[in-house]
Design a protein around this ligand. Sequence first.
Ligand code: GUN
Ligand code: ZN
Length: 432
Amino acid sequence: MTQETILKGLVLSFNGSPFDGAPEDAVDLHEAVVLRDGKIAALGTAEALTSSHPQASVTDHGEKLILAGFVDAHVHYPQTAMIASWGKRLIDWLNLYTFPEEMRFGSPDYAMEIATRYLDITAAQGTTTMCSFCTIHPESVDAFFLAAKARGQRVVAGKTCMDRNAPDGLRDTARAAYDQSKALLEKWHGVDRISYAITPRFSPTSTPEQLEAMGALWAEHADCLMQTHLSEQTDEIDWVRSLFPDARDYLDTYEAHGLLGANGLYGHAIHLEPRERDRLREHGAALIHCPTSNTFIGSGLFDMAGLMDEGQRIGLATDTGGGSSFSMLRTMAAAYEVAQLRGTALHPAQLLWLATVGSARSLRMDDCIGNIAPGMEADVVVLDLASTPAIAQRHVEADHLWEAVFPTIMMGDDRAITEVWICGRKVTHQMG
Ligand code: GUN
Ligand code: ZN
């Protein structure tokens, strides 16, 4: 018969957005959750669930927090081996560190080695879904999807297209970008839990012809996500202006080529013009906040409060390896710090929501991942809220849930990740 699992603990479920109204009101706590056939089957009191599911195996996690696995809405898995590279801002960082590393992904063996390493590291950090850039090599896409498929993981990724301002060996053409992206999309989109994202890297590395070809492909596959970068650094924006003299602004370089839409994901989106903000909101596009990257590469301070107030859709992401961490806990901490620098204190419920439901919404996947609710896919993380002596001494003093959770958001790392479940299966091979 079907194996059922009951996890007992502090089960956290969102009933709405903590950015609408009092943040705490968006959260419901339950005593237990039932996992069955890769889905969340039920939530309730421990007593009710153990008596209605007598055959289930039960694990009691006591005071630990049980929530949806983290969703990382913008990463570059091929940058795993060069994360935390010193001393450069965006354009020099790309040329000096990123492009030489990405050059190696024409080798299927190397691509598989890094995809496996990346998925091991991130599972150990409680991340169960991510939306990744690959490299220009189709092999880099196949490796990532094969590795994710073997783990039953819901992932999004795409071939990163570039046909200018990148070194020899790391450029395709408008035609090759279209043909290879289309072939990969047809091969992988909708296989198990895999989704394909059409992926022009950013306007400086694509000719107008390539952007046009990507826009045409998106029009033919409008259900796919499209991911790119937008207004990350001021030098980059100046460069875009010189490369596209007729464009009204950076977003217009995408908009003019059919690359602005509701299924679009725009990484960074820091230095936006009023027109860009209006157009992004009108389309219901998603802005992806990458706070450790934005401070590490020196890009700027994302306007979380202002953009939320005007009704933008926002996801949260590590941006590995421009970001300096694989951890969504560290990323929430950085989002808190960046918001503080802009005069807003994000509530812990808002931070957890951004790392789960918010990112799932940005990927248009909040109907199946990002929350603990009956019928959702069983991607779950169990968080120890007293994982180190420094956190534990703070936790012991807490007299309500949010005071108990916040020190782990600010100081927690992979030691706080007690268990991870992907598609109803406990992840057993984790790297520390
Ligand atoms: N803009 C274009 N490519 C990249 C990248 O790989 N990382 C970051 N942070 N920004 C980019
Ligand atoms: Zn990026």
